[in-house]
Design a binder for this molecule. Sequence first.
Ligand code: SAH
Ligand code: SF4
Length: 377
Amino acid sequence: MTRHLLDLSLEDLEAELASWGEPAFRAKQIAQWALRHGATTFEEMTNLPAALRARLAEAFEIATLPVIAERTADDGATTKVLLDLGPSTGTQSDAVEAVRMDYESGDEDPEAGALPDRTTVCVSTQVGCAMGCTFCATGQQGFTRNLSAAEILAQVLHFTRQRRVTNVVFMGMGEPLANYDATVAAIRWMVRPEGLDMRQRGITVSTVGLVRAIDRLGDEGFQIGLTVSLHAPDDDLRRQLIRTAGGTSIDELIEASRGYVAKRGRRVTFAYALLDHVNDSPEQARALAARIRGIQAHVNLIPYNPTAGPGLRPPSRERVRAFQRELQAHGVNATVRVERGQEIAAACGQLRTDVMKQNAAPLELSGTAFQRSEPSE
Ligand code: SAH
Ligand code: SF4
């Protein structure tokens, strides 16, 4: 089986090329082509000798992922794609979602104030997810498989071929820290100068809260952001919302987050999906504030994005504001996440769910915002 080029680290690639009798600088040239220039074939790497290009093409492929479906929203500022990973078993193709969000300069960021133009790409790390959050479309699909580092990077590269990407958030399908090695390998290529050379602070990993993996991530030496998905002020409720949370208490999560802050000198974000009359009362806001006061943290409230799931509802705007005010009144910094692309089902896992449903029936892809693109490579 051909290997995916970007599943190798720069050091692996250097070692491989050395074993072929090639000088070390070739690895950097190849990385520049694949990452900076978005090359999809070795043929394009015109400053490499033809014989080396041919040998590379025999040994490796550059994972590009054909587009199965694409939707745009927010006047073109949000684009979501469903990307084809090919079949892992049988003939059913696996697919994951990636989203590009463009922000204009002057938009306010709760942490950094007015910001220059930026483009954030949201990537998936798994096909499905085993964590089973009741409110999440991906969680409802169950777990199929982990993505490789090359497949995670391919999502970013899909968009860097369109424009410069300044930020990457690991908030698509799957739990990044349950696919730790591939996630970290992908981040290394994103931040290293020979790779995408992105600002480390422009990268954020969101986790449902795997404490040992949070500790490990803190030791990697990155300056990347961490978001811990909390969703409840008490363990009973949290375990109802996150079926697999049983073994981990909120106290342990807060300790792990504190550890990350201490190691990295950056505050963490607690994500809190707001579900109407489930976890959104002022009392619950006060209970949450009491637990996280004193740690360098910020709460990001995400009004529930309705999925095809069980009877959960997003709270009214008033309830969202009241929850936010209550946190602030008790000394906790809180913002409400502006949901992008509501009308294209931007919440994680929803496009795949929609397309799978449509595939079950004859595929009906007419409609204004929904175009089917032919697989490009
Ligand atoms: N598995 C990771 C990252 C992917 S989910 C995690 O859970 O953190 C990214 C964020 O979207 C998480 O904070 C998750 O709780 C939230 N989320 C998932 N489905 C949602 C929905 N339907 N409405 C609002 N937020 C949702
Ligand atoms: Fe998995 Fe995150 Fe969805 Fe939970 S919210 S099921 S951890 S992707």
